[in-house]
Design a protein around this ligand. Structure first.
Ligand SMILES: Nc1nc2c(c(=O)[nH]1)N[C@H]1C(S)=C(S)[C@@H](COP(=O)(O)OP(=O)(O)OC[C@H]3O[C@@H](n4cnc5c(=O)[nH]c(N)nc54)[C@H](O)[C@@H]3O)O[C@H]1N2
Ligand SMILES: Nc1nc2c(c(=O)[nH]1)N[C@H]1C(S)=C(S)[C@@H](COP(=O)(O)OP(=O)(O)OC[C@H]3O[C@@H](n4cnc5c(=O)[nH]c(N)nc54)[C@H](O)[C@@H]3O)O[C@H]1N2
Ligand code: SF4
Ligand SMILES: [Mo]
Length: 697
């Protein structure tokens, strides 16, 4: 029998590559890139093939599980829903609505069923204690987009297919496949820039896989990009290289803010010479189209918000906003901004209880989750729902979070694995996932470097009795809502019906049935200029020095004046991603985890000599909050004074069921990262530049 063929988008990372999957009955025969996908053009990475492993994984949970004195036991969906609803309601009745918290993790945005229904449950809970991976990732981008362009989702996207100068700061798209920039096959797109005579320049404390393909790479001391950016803007104004569009406000304030950041003043702090800074600005402004792009290395540092502000401002004042080859705004077939409220007001409507951190986009910073559970008092968190998340490995100070989760009266996890987080739950509700679900990329079509759209049908039927995320979420939402009637049946509605409606009413008025039939996806063309019309600011102008962002200047001024404190933690820890990892949750695929040990600490040989550390030695890394042991890998590819670890390892915690991952456990980088250090402006977690000490064991 010859196999059947199914086409769909890979939903594992932001690149949304088209897949061609051959299958027979219920078995995957092969997974390859879809050459007829106009966007990804046949490109895939090794993770796509692991969709087969997830589908077949014997460790993947298929039934609701309850933790009992005799271990985990399978229970029925009815029992599970009854228990979750009863426990959560009782806790809210006794301790108030805020006593129940929810954390939503990264796969929520890679699964339209989850994305479209998760917020319903959050609303039904009526709690201010909503957390997500956003505040461990891209929150500063949203913050800057809101303050400058009027809405957190007015995110400028680097138009790399048409640029002649791509300045990459704190991103490693060759390993990550790109982020806040859906650009499948980024390696060839990067090469194309060079082939048309353009340049790619990387600013990173590590000589990364992306740096290796670039025309130039400059080491930067972690956490100091804000000074580099201020100096770049200073050069633009001082040398009168600015070409500012008419639709801006705050230009004079911006000029005045950056005026005392001459390159000479920031060179030592950043580690980048003054003439290099000037050269970058000269090349950037001389290019016919150029774009600065700052990603997670910039947003997960102490000045994340300020960095994203200045990256945007740099693109604006060099006339590279809303221009082909610059930073542009995608126009997706389903426009989540079509009904946006102006002005956007979801900021600081309430604060976290313990540290008084402001709400943004209806969420509180995840770095505050543990203290909200551990600190006694009114409105203390007593129960938690996690969905698609592994905060124990993914958010700062994981050991403290372990202790906090143990203190909860009740915890339920909607997740496919018994892992470092869900082991703390009283109940786990596992959804059907991966090849079993329908998917429409609401988020990544909105962040793509071309206007694209596609609907992916499920390849396989979910198992009998299995439920989709959206079914679980809707059932819980209904049972927790005020007007719940236990005598009437809950009938979950497929949320993709809403997608169909929104797409047909959207900017391209697309026929849903036709869209569904185009299994290779539809290319709707390159990004198009749309400003100032699409701005969501009140006055339809870009705000170049919004008070929300410029209020961070005193903190920045203090740091540049500070002399280097003599600390026992004399190295700065940064993160690194590997092509075959996906945050914390794909290490149970043999084909992805096998081979050379990737959980190593990269260290510069000079730093090793200074500490009597030898090649391949096991070392102890300590920070203010914790310590771990790891083999050291000496390399000049990391800046002196900086060490680098991958995150998402640490599968050596007791009580998990991920047999392959456990055999390659590593330790968790987030046992070192510090929940007390935030980007104070936005509340985002800090993973870059964590002070540590390293010694041989
Ligand atoms: N030190 C350090 N820490 C970091 C980062 C870093 O660079 N350095 N990066 C941060 C970033 S960018 C992010 S986005 C966060 C990620 O933080 P999280 O989202 O909390 O972590 P993930 O590892 O992505 O965990 C995903 C979880 O979803 C489950 N899952 C997978 N598919 C499905 C599904 O279809 N349905 C359901 N219900 N569950 C599913 C997995 O089993 C896993 O438990 O980590 C952050 N943490
Ligand atoms: N293979 C793989 N792909 C992934 C993921 C994964 O875990 N594995 N995760 C996905 C997720 S959730 C996300 S958000 C994206 C992230 O996508 P990217 O933003 O491309 O993430 P990274 O590869 O971590 O690149 C961040 C870079 O910032 C550098 N850096 C650290 N500190 C600083 C600093 O202070 N200044 C500067 N200039 N640079 C710094 C690091 O050395 C690193 O090279 O990747 C996604 N894709
Ligand atoms: S690059 Fe991302 S979307 Fe493409 S195949 Fe790999 S994991 Fe899937
Ligand atoms: Mo992320």
């Amino acid at each position: 029998m010859s196999p059947n063929v199914h086409y769909r988008a890979c939903n594992l990372c932001e690149a949304i590559c088209g897949l061609e999957i051959k299958y027979l009955d219920n078995e995957v025969i092969s997974i390859a890139g879809d050459k007829n996908d106009p966007f990804s053009r046949g490109h895939i990475c090794p993770k796509a093939v692991a969709l087969k492993d997830i589908y077949e994984d014997p460790d993947r949970l298929k039934f609701p599980m309850k933790r009992t004195a005799d271990g985990w036991q399978q229970i029925s969906w009815q029992e599970a829903f009854d228990e979750v609803a009863t426990r959560l309601k009782a806790i809210q009745q006794t301790h108030g609505h805020h006593a129940v918290a929810m954390y939503a993790g990264n796969p929520s945005v890679h699964n339209s069923g989850t994305y479209l229904t998760g917020t319903g449950l959050m609303r039904a809970l009526k709690t201010k204690n909503i957390f997500s991976a956003t505040s461990a990732d891209q929150l500063p981008h949203h913050f800057a987009a809101w303050a400058m362009f009027g809405h957190p989702f007015m995110l400028p996207i680097p138009d790399i297919d048409r640029t002649d100068y791509w300045l990459i700061m704190g991103a490693n798209p060759i390993a990550s496949n790109g982020s806040l920039m859906t650009a499948p096959d980024v390696a060839n797109r990067l090469k194309a820039i060079q082939e048309r005579g353009g340049k790619v320049v990387v600013i990173d404390p590590r000589f990364t896989e992306t740096a290796a393909k670039a025309d130039a790479h400059h080491f930067i001391r972690p956490g100091t990009d804000v000074f580099l950016l201020l100096a770049m803007l200073q050069v633009v104004f001082e040398e009168k290289l600015d070409k500012v569009p008419a639709y801006v406000t705050g230009l004079e304030e911006l000029k005045s803010i950056v005026s005392d950041f001459k390159p000479e003043r920031v060179a030592e702090k950043t580690g980048i010479a003054a003439n290099t800074i000037r050269q970058i600005v000269h090349d950037f402004t001389a290019a016919s189209a150029a774009v600065a792009y700052g990603r997670i290395g910039l947003s997960t540092q102490a000045f994340g918000g300020a960095c994203q502000w200045l990256v945007n401002a740099f693109n604006v004042i060099t006339a590279n906003i809303d221009k082909p080859g610059g930073a542009m705004f995608t126009q997706p077939a389903l426009d989540i901004l079509a009904t946006a409220k102006v002005p956007y007001d979801k900021y600081n409507r309430y604060q976290s209880r313990v540290r008084g951190l402001p709400e943004f986009m209806g969420e509180l910073p995840v770095s505050a989750l543990a203290e909200e559970i551990l600190t006694d008092g009114d409105d203390q968190i007593k129960a938690l729902i996690t969905s698609c998340g592994n905060p124990i490995l993914s958010t700062p100070n994981g050991r403290q979070l372990d202790a906090a989760f143990e203190k909860l009266d009740f915890m339920v996890s909607i997740d496919i694995y018994l892992n470092e987080t869900t082991r703390h739950a009283h109940l786990i509700l596992p959804p059907a996932t991966g090849l079993e679900v329908a998917h429409y990329d609401l988020t990544f079509n909105t962040l793509a470097i071309r206007n694209v759209t596609r609907f992916s049908e499920p390849l396989f039927q979910k198992a009998e009795n299995a439920k989709y995320d959206w079914e679980i979420l809707q059932e819980l939402t209904a049972r927790l809502s005020q007007n719940y009637d236990p005598n009437s049946a809950i009938v979950p509605q497929d949320p993709h019906q809403k997608v169909a409606m929104a797409v047909s009413a959207g900017p391209y008025k697309m026929d849903w049935e036709q869209l569904r039939q185009q299994q290779h996806g539809i290319d709707l063309g390159p990004l198009r200029p749309c400003l100032p019309q699409r701005l969501l600011t009140n006055n339809k102008k870009i705000c170049l020095s919004p008070q929300q962002l410029s209020s961070d200047m005193p903190r920045i001024q203090n740091l540049i004046k500070a002399t280097h404190a003599d600390s026992q933690f004399n190295l700065l820890l940064i993160n690194r991603r590997h092509l075959r990892d996906n945050n914390s949750w794909m290490h149970n695929s043999e084909r992805l985890i096998k081979g050379r040990n990737r959980f190593t600490l990269l260290m510069h040989p000079d730093d090793a000599i200074a500490r009597n550390i030898n090649i391949d030695e096991r070392v102890r890394v300590r920070s203010r909050v914790g310590e771990l042991n790891v083999f050291v890998e000496l390399s000049e590819k990391v800046m002196r004074g900086v060490v680098s670890l991958p995150h998402g390892y640490g599968h050596n915690r007791a009580g998990i069921k991920l047999r392959i991952a456990q055999a390659h456990a590593g330790e968790s980088a987030n046992d070192l990262t510090d929940d007390s250090v935030l980007d104070e402006l936005t509340g985002n977690a800090v993973f870059g530049g964590v002070p540590v000490t390293v010694e041989s064991v």
